[in-house]
Unconditional design. Structure first.
Length: 277
């Protein structure tokens, strides 16, 4: 397993101390998936393991990166509401909700740093977070409800600009005295089986394995190159979220650990931890 070269820059472990990729399959939630939820048992268990890691590290705040929130051309969107609500109403469950306290100080630090770095940003004021992040939050379970959260959505822009936005966010985290984890809400390629909503694609397996390889190598340049490709299959992967996520991790030394990868309904769902060393 390959580690990131830390170069000459060292980071305070009391700032950014953990990172993870968490998928967002709504059918993994029993109230939505019903009898199909058992197909996602490995993913559900892996998400709880991520939550356990976060609890063991005494994380104060979790920054979620999601490209499924409100998106703007060339501007990072920062969610601002007190409290945030997770809801999966759009997936058919009207009653499954949860409430989360925002980290208003972290949100303010991020928006100030983005401005100082020349990265456009906008604030959104929706009480309910996007469906993908809602699913991820609910899969992470009860312990996460005790931790303050923040949400950032990457701009609709080229990969280098998205990466720079992530780097600016990392600079804001360095100014914090809190113990912060960053969680990327992302799925990989669709088309991994005939029952995929996008149909089966012969290149899907290769696509997912390639993106997983780039993730395990923390290869930001390769993810940016993948974003440039015109393949609908590759575009389906949440690459913008992943690029911003790795911009935030930066040159930190991390040990990637894959907790789960499965595609029971044809879309690749990766759950992976990045342990800071």
């Amino acid at each position: 397993m390959k580690f990131i070269n830390p170069g000459t820059r060292l980071y305070n472990i009391d700032m950014l101390i953990y990172a993870a990729i968490v998928p967002h399959p709504p059918f993994a939630l029993p109230s939505i998936g019903k009898e199909h939820a058992k197909l996602f048992t490995t993913t559900a268990e892996a998400c709880l393991k991520i939550a356990e890691d976060i609890a063991l590290l005494s994380v104060n705040s979790i920054l979620f990166i999601t490209q499924h929130g409100e998106r703007y051309k060339n501007a990072v969107a920062l969610a601002m509401h007190d409290p945030f609500a997770a809801s999966v109403m759009e997936y058919g469950d009207m009653g499954l909700t949860a409430s989360y306290d925002p980290d208003l100080k972290l949100i303010d630090k991020i928006q100030r740093r983005l401005k100082e770095s020349g990265v456009d940003k906008t604030l959104t004021t929706n009480e309910t977070v996007d469906g993908a992040t809602s699913v991820a939050l609910l899969l992470l379970g009860e312990s996460v409800k005790k931790i303050r959260i923040a949400l950032a959505t990457p701009p609709k822009s080229d990969g280098k600009s998205v990466l720079r936005a992530g780097e600016a966010i990392r600079e804001s985290i360095e100014e914090s005295s809190a113990r912060i984890a960053v969680v990327c809400v992302a799925d990989l390629c669709g088309g991994l089986s005939p029952i995929s909503e996008y149909g089966e694609n012969s290149e899907a397996t290769k696509c997912s394995e390639t993106i997983k390889h780039h993730i395990n190598d923390c290869n930001r340049a390769a993810l940016i190159n993948a974003q440039k490709k015109s393949s609908k299959l590759i575009r389906f992967a949440d690459l913008d979220s992943l690029i911003m996520f790795f911009g935030i991790i930066g040159d930190s030394r991390v040990r990637p650990e894959e907790y789960a990868f499965e595609a029971p309904l044809g879309t690749g769902h990766l759950t992976e931890a990045f342990h800071f060393i």
